[in-house]
Design a protein around this ligand. Structure first.
Ligand SMILES: Cc1ncc(COP(=O)(O)O)c(C=O)c1O
Length: 469
């Protein structure tokens, strides 16, 4: 372990123009736009040019800096994202660079996506290799990377079968449909087979109409009512309530995150998950583990549920699986899969050769001997460091999490701290009701970088005193 004192005595002030040599090969945003505009203007005839074609002198031709990008975004996007004023241009390892060349230490990993960091050379090689071979084919046909990835996931988990999709919410939509179809298949003579679902407080399962119905925060659900009916929310961890609410002939499935991410970094207990397993067995409901955020090595275990020794009937994955390319996966048992027929579900893009080849490169790395143990070790060290550096701070209520999914609960909103850290060159996220700092760095982060993150965080903590008064 590198010396903490040596690191702390170093300057943590972000420096400018720290682009790595590889970044010099990446064309600036402005030059990409200018090149495109030039091609356009040489290919179109005069009359078309007036009505629809981008002129290289127009405001769309190129962006000069972050201010212009932010202003333009404000004029052209549907306002779904409350973004922070930061335009990122490139990344390497755990570092990100904005358009002005300022360096940031990335403790967000694209919200638990970039487990291998940015531009991992083996991942880039795999993507380029596959892009040069075959990027997309319809699921009408077979492709080798897709079958290889499915086989790999099955060999590494409880599951017998896989369905690929393109995101976490889609992986959960597939799980919802599989649960409904399984129950229909199991109760062929019943007019009303079990169709209802159990979900939990602080849960987040996505934003499509099924997954959002399972998501606890009303803010995400109520504007879109009626969402999928038949969901009962019970308190995360409440064993007695779970026993009462999961009902035979009514409950189709129970959706639970073994470690909740978006909701505020809450970990289940073994007793809670084991009770859910037992009650599902007794009632015929399926147990679905949403490991979209906590799965694939983030806890120091390949699957978060390994920590508890409890196995689900369905597990959903997404975020880190393809190292930053869009993918979702719904893994299940033969028993559930037997209820699914041709045409019951599908997707144009899902499980294409490019994303699947990239995902195999990710699995190759995180399944290397010692990799997961290093996540555990770094996670423990990081929590220790945070505890040490924040000790005595009146706003820090709890430091929790497992492996490299870490939460710091505050008694005030975390956003002033997030802003101050960003100014100081550290990117962090919030979770829960905005009062939890969420730290989900690339899993390849070094101990030295964790020390730097803890140091910046601690130095920025006084900003919370100003907001508290
Ligand atoms: C546990 C969990 N499930 C599902 C999702 C939805 O994933 P996506 O945004 O890829 O649809 C998320 C996203 O944060 C998540 O954390």
């Amino acid at each position: 372990m590198s010396s903490l004192n040596a690191i702390l005595s170093n300057s943590i002030t972000p420096t400018t123009n720290l682009h790595s040599p590889t970044n010099s090969k990446i064309p600036k945003v402005s030059s990409i736009h200018l090149q495109c505009a030039r091609v356009h203007s040489s290919l179109v005839s005069e009359p078309e040019k007036k009505s629809s074609v981008v002129d290289s002198s127009s405001s769309k031709a190129g962006f000069l800096g972050s201010k212009e990008v932010i202003e333009t975004e404000g004029n052209v996007f549907v306002r779904t994202y409350a973004r922070v004023p930061l335009v990122l241009e490139s990344g390497k390892g755990c570092k990100l660079y904005d358009v002005d060349g300022k360096e940031y230490l990335d403790m967000t990993a694209g919200i638990a996506v970039n487990s291998l960091g940015h531009c991992d050379p083996d991942w880039v090689k795999a993507v380029v290799e596959q892009a040069n071979t075959l990027t997309h084919v319809s699921n009408v046909y077979y492709s080798i990377p897709q079958v290889k990835l499915a086989k790999r996931l099955i060999e590494s988990s409880f599951a017998d079968r896989v369905f690929f999709s393109n995101s976490g919410t889609e992986a959960n939509e597939a799980a919802i449909k599989f649960a409904r179809k399984y129950q229909r298949h199991l109760h062929p003579d019943e007019k009303q087979p079990p169709t209802e679902f159990i979900s939990f407080t602080h849960s987040f399962h996505g934003r499509t109409m099924g997954s959002v119905a399972l998501t606890s925060k009303e803010h995400y659900r109520l504007p879109f009512d009626p969402v999928m009916p038949g969901v009962t929310f019970i308190e995360y961890g409440n064993i007695e309530e779970a026993k009462k609410s999961i009902v035979a002939r009514r409950t189709a499935a129970v959706f639970v995150e073994p470690i909740q991410g978006e909701g505020g970094i809450y970990s289940a207990t073994k007793e809670f998950l084991q009770t859910l397993r037992n009650v599902c067995n007794d009632t015929g409901a399926l147990l679905v583990f949403d490991e979209v955020q906590c799965g694939l090595g983030r806890t120091g275990y390949l699957w978060a549920h390994e920590v508890y020794g409890v196995t689900p009937d369905i597990m959903t994955l997404a975020k880190p699986l393809a190292g930053g390319l869009p993918i979702g996966a719904t893994l299940t048992t033969e028993r559930v899969a037997a209820a699914i027929n041709f045409g019951d579900h599908g997707s144009t893009f899902a499980g294409g050769p490019l994303v699947c080849h990239a995902a195999i490169a990710v699995l190759d790395k995180i399944q290397k001997p010692g990799f997961l143990a290093s996540v555990t070790k770094k996670g423990l060290y990081f929590k220790e460091l945070l505890a040490q550096k924040t000790e005595g701070n009146q706003h820090v209520k709890e430091i929790r999490g497992l492996g490299l999914i870490v939460g710091i609960e505050l008694d005030v909103p975390a956003s002033p701290l997030v802003d101050a850290c960003r100014e100081a060159g550290l990117l962090i996220l919030t979770a829960g009701n905005g009062n939890v700092v969420r730290l989900v760095p690339p899993l390849i982060i070094s101990e030295q970088e964790l020390e730097q993150a803890a140091e910046v965080l601690a130095k920025c903590l006084p900003v919370l005193d100003q907001t508290a008064t």
